[in-house]
Design a protein around this ligand. Sequence first.
Ligand SMILES: [Zn+2]
Ligand SMILES: [Zn+2]
Length: 657
Amino acid sequence: MIGWALTLLVPSAAWALAHAVASPTAARPPFAVCGAAGFLAPAALLRWCGRPFPEQLLGWVVSVVAWAGAFVIRDGQVFVAFGLVGAVWGLALGLKSLRVTAPLSPREGKPKPQFTPTSERRREPEKAGFSVELRCPTCGAALAVPVYHRMARCEFCASVHVVSGGSDTLVVVIPDAVKDEASLKAAVAKHLGHLHYLKLYDQRVRPLIPESGFEADETGQGLAMPAQRRTPALVNAVEAEVARAAEAFAARIAPRLALRAWRRFLSPYWHRFGTLYQAAFGRDDQDLKRMEFAVATIEGSVAASGAPLPAMGKLSYLRALRPLQGAPEAAIPALPVEVGAEEIDRRVQQLGRRSVELPVKAIAIHATLVPEVVALVYRPWHLADVELDGERFELLVDGGAAAVEGEAPEFDFASRPLDDLQGEAPALVPSRCPECGADLPFAPDAEAHLCRNCYRLVTMRGSRWRTLPYLHEEPEEGHWLVPFWRFPLRLRTATGELIVDLPHLTDGIDGTFDQIGDRPQVQQDLLVPAFRTRVSKAGVRLYRILWPLVQGRAREFARERLSPARPPKRVVDMTLSAAEARVFAGVYLALAFSHRDLARAQVKNVRERFLLGALEGEPAPVYLSLSQEVIGPFAGLFGRARVAALADLEGRSPGHV
Ligand SMILES: [Zn+2]
Ligand SMILES: [Zn+2]
């Protein structure tokens, strides 16, 4: 009887003892100790190492048989045989611990916990840009309008509106999702639950995951096998159990969290959104000199305060930002703006000197960013001093995501009330022609709208409508009307010379007029596309096709409005402003140069006469009638390019922008 009692007592007591003293952070025993402990009390060892319960139970059964050999049937061979089973088990665990604690270099493809830390979660969205929350004037609903859109359709009442007003610098705030003590505590509990999850994951899930590449190389196939026998199903099951345990942990501690102190503040970030125009002189893959250009839409942000806070990252993970004026967040004190937005320009300029998108090996590049949106974005933060069962946590909580960012930096976040709120918020106004009252066609990117009822060209300047006079060709049957800006060609070179005649620019680029001789300059016009294209390379292809059609022949323009009696088949929206078209013209002129012009061109001359030249003179909008065959295949190309984050283009992590 005593034999039986001892047989059951020894492994059970050891198991219970291990359960009582094991802590999640306990280190694994050394390799030899694993063997000895496996021999004597495998269940205890398994518990100590945080193995799943069924495994521990099996260890206990093995151990009971071994001790029964010693105490009940008194057969040393049984004791040793089953003890050795436990010992081998223990040694296998010890090996695993050797492997886990060995200093490994991080390897690609290493399995990651399901939960991702806050900072990683925030980097996920691919889309850049952000939306601003504006009220629908018809039904009052809050609409998320992409910041570069000029029109919006209400998703609730289907009314269509034009974005009006708004100051040069848009002042917006990320809505604070941490509104009260309960939501702050919930964020903290979630964070502590996540830390708990990571701990459990390292203990229970990671040891189950085969790390075959390492083992096969370092210790041979034999050792890789036991690890690989663990099925993914087991890994998934344990991981799910760990996630449940972490959730339960977070729920358990939530009521015990005590908030000792809580401070909220806003921190400012500069945000820029615009188009980068690049022109380059270089050699193509056949070593011929060429002039090329590329157009890219980019955005970037930098912190406007010197406080040690995380970078902005991408803003598109939020539904919409609010104009600060009138937002509830305007009452939160803010850190002062200490840094200008020039840092973004500097980095864009740096980026612009690289020829990422250009199909030439560049000898000289000139790049200009036309900012479209300059925004000061305020981001809500919370400093939370929290106590859990006597342990204190000082945490920085991101109000936008309602998630703990990390430990609170040791810094005096001196904030003060935002009393002089600068910047006028944009608003939505009904999308009706100011002249005839007809509904304007829906074109969110449109810079100016051609009313399809009265054929006036109208545009919103600030918060007022303006009617623009325009020229046009008579639309031929089946033709499209395509908008251009007609500039008088007045290119001021870096040396102050004025070029008004295109061949004087192109033939003269190599320093001699060997093609045109001493023919005097004749004032010419330059027709610059007044529409954007979604893809730079396809866009350049279209511009190249259009160049000889548009530039190479004299065209007759009518001054009076188009007649509603002869409507064009289709009208391409005007999506490029006159100011931006002036910059675009500087790179678009690259199309004028032939191989012959450039064959003997030297970089100094190219720089002075072209890359650094500036187009003077006032442009006027004109509509050209172009055939369906030419323009039709490019119908899907009109519109705005996908926005790229500056950080991505720089090849850095978005977290740094
Ligand atoms: Zn509405
Ligand atoms: Zn009208």
